[in-house]
Design a protein around this ligand. Structure first.
Ligand code: NAP
Length: 323
């Protein structure tokens, strides 16, 4: 096997935490693989709405960790396994994989190569391209953990998904349908409504225009069983108000302006990657046509522009393409 450890790669890194101007295209050494890790040749890197928080030092502060600068940005992505550590038996060279790298001391996915803990990566479902899988890992795991582990969604239950045309939302709509739930999707804009209708939601409304309480009452006259909030504000408040007695609401940490209920029915959680969650996610995705939507791609060197675009209205996710 050709050893990449003495070679350099193109990457976008920061020398200190701060604004978008700190992001610089660089030549950096290819990171070295430890025994429980894999080296991935990156095809696509996800550009998450939380990436600016990484760049500004928010995660480093939250986790109380020291950061190795230059720090290569990017928390998820997909590519091909180039090398595996000696303890890794689940993956091999040449496998198409997707995975998560949150504040790894060896850097993230905004690079030609990245090192990932094998437990934080998985084979890409056959039906998905490597490109599309590049934006799947964090939002897919977070969508599934919300529906499954946190809300404990059961077949036949009704669920409202707020932000249904966004990163987590469009995946959650499809996963909840695979779990045989009834899905009321609250999307953003007319384009969002058309997009989520195509994904198979039972009913789709525009959360910026339509009356959420009225739609929820028509959809579930006795109240909703569950609500997954990927956005906050008045829309989230209305979604929570539409729950039945004993109904559950959840939001991933990071969502801003989420109303707190005093009876404990609003739960916060984090998406936690592990082999079992990836296996369940892949199994659900393999169950039929599944769309992982990339609204716009950028070249690696345009990473700063991609992070600026996070502020605009778009469907699904943004991505950097390396190949
Ligand atoms: N803790 C964790 O493990 C974890 C993991 C992943 C993500 N997160 C957090 O989860 C949140 C969502 O992540 P994401 O990747 O899904 O972000 P996203 O793609 O920005 O999704 C949020 C969506 O909500 C839409 N939206 C906002 N207000 C709405 C309304 N009133 N009606 C309908 N849609 C509305 C937004 O569209 P417009 O902008 O067009 O309105 C956007 O499409 C973020 O805060 C992120 O940081 C946490």
């Amino acid at each position: 096997m050709k050893n990449k450890s003495h070679q350099t790669m193109r990457a976008v890194a920061i020398d200190e935490f701060g604004g978008i101007e700190k992001m610089k295209p660089r030549k950096l050494p290819v990171p070295q693989v430890a025994s429980d890790e894999i080296l991935v040749q990156v095809d696509t890197a996800g550009v998450g709405v939380w990436d600016p928080f990484e760049r500004e030092g928010g995660f480093a502060k939250e986790f109380g960790m020291k950061t190795n600068f230059p720090h290569v940005l990017g928390t998820d992505g997909a590519g091909t396994v180039e090398q595996v550590g000696e303890q890794v038996h689940s993956l091999k060279r040449g496998d198409r994989v997707y995975g998560i790298n949150l504040m790894s001391p060896k850097g993230g996915f905004y690079a030609e190569y990245t090192v990932v803990k094998a437990n934080n990566a998985a084979m890409i479902p056959q039906a998905l391209s490597t490109r599309d899988a590049g934006v799947l890992a964090v939002d897919g795991v977070t969508a599934l953990d919300g529906l499954d582990k946190t809300l404990k969604l059961k077949a036949g239950e009704s669920i409202l998904i707020l932000g249904a045309s966004g990163g987590i939302g469009h995946l959650a709509v499809q996963l909840a349908k695979r779990m045989n739930a009834r899905v009321l999707a609250v999307a953003s804009g007319q384009d969002g409504v058309e997009f989520v209708n195509r994904l198979g939601a039972d009913k789709v409304i525009d959360g910026h225009r339509d009356d959420i309480l009225k739609a929820a009452h028509e959809f579930a006259p006795n109240g909703l069983d569950a609500v997954l909030l990927t956005a906050g504000g008045k829309a989230a408040e209305q979604a929570i108000a539409a729950l039945r007695e004993g109904g559950r609401a959840a939001y991933p940490n990071g969502v801003e302006d989420v109303p707190q209920a005093h009876d404990g029915k609003v739960m916060s959680y984090n998406g936690e990657p592990d082999p079992k969650t990836f296996a369940r996610l892949n199994e659900l995705i393999e169950g039929g046509p599944f769309e992982v939507h990339i609204a716009q791609t950028f070249k690696l060197e345009e990473a700063a522009e991609a992070q600026r675009a996070l502020e605009s209205h778009y469907l699904g996710k943004l991505a950097l393409v390396l190949s």
